[in-house]
Ligand binder design. Structure first.
Ligand SMILES: C[S@@+](CC[C@H](N)C(=O)[O-])C[C@H]1O[C@@H](n2cnc3c(N)ncnc32)[C@H](O)[C@@H]1O
Length: 190
């Protein structure tokens, strides 16, 4: 299946070189506040290491690479995978993660990824390694800006969510919301 281009989240709608849209630190921190991962994690499309930094901050041991060792050719297994994948290969990253990640994996994807006939047939109706939880950000995070140490970001034009797959999970996927208002630059504070 050919991937779709979900990466036009910057104002001039240009695709960036090498699909590099860095994940603001707070986006990963908020995931780790609500979801537990095994100690050993693979970040297979690490870019400049934005997700790796936060995983390590939380005590995880992380193996990471970016293209040099193409994830789609990975032959080893890891307890878990966490990444913000290249969106044009989101489908391939999901299918590969089901082979590589023994316990669970989390991918940051647009919420629109939930629909689509082929995705329904080949991803959402897979009950062996099913989607367990979706964490939707209440405000649109802008990906592609330089990262800030405080984890804050401008709002963008696309709704993102963390999708968590868990091997052997039973039942329908749960949906949760992550309130990211405090990380939005210029947001009205409650
Ligand atoms: C959306 S960026 C995210 C980078 C990083 N995960 C982060 O969150 O900041 C996607 C990354 O995937 C990398 N990439 C693209 N195809 C890949 C492949 N087949 N294997 C590994 N990395 C790949 C790109 O070079 C890019 O750095």
């Amino acid at each position: 299946m050919m991937g779709k281009n979900f990466s036009c989240n910057n104002v001039n709608k240009c695709r960036r070189a090498a699909d590099l849209y860095e994940t603001p630190y707070s986006i990963t921190r908020q995931l780790l506040e609500v979801e537990e991962f095994p100690k050993f994690v693979l970040e297979p499309a690490c870019g400049n290491g934005a997700i790796v930094k936060i995983l390590e901050e939380k005590g995880h041991t992380v193996e990471s690479y970016d293209k040099v060792q193409d994830f789609l050719l990975e032959e080893r297994m890891f307890p878990s995978v966490v990444t913000n994948p290249p969106y044009s290969f989101a489908f391939e990253f999901i299918q590969k993660s089901k082979i590589v990640a023994q316990e669970k994996f989390a991918l940051l994807l647009p919420i629109a990824y939930l629909h689509g006939k082929q995705r329904f047939d080949r991803i959402w109706t897979d009950y062996t390694y099913p989607l367990a939880r979706v964490y939707v950000f209440t405000r649109y995070p802008m990906l592609g800006d330089p990262l800030r140490e405080d984890g804050c970001y401008r709002t963008g034009m696309m709704v993102y969510a963390w999708y968590v797959w868990e091997h052997g999970y039973k039942g329908s996927p749960e949906i949760h919301w992550l309130d990211n208002n405090k990380y939005v630059i210029g947001a009205r504070k409650k």
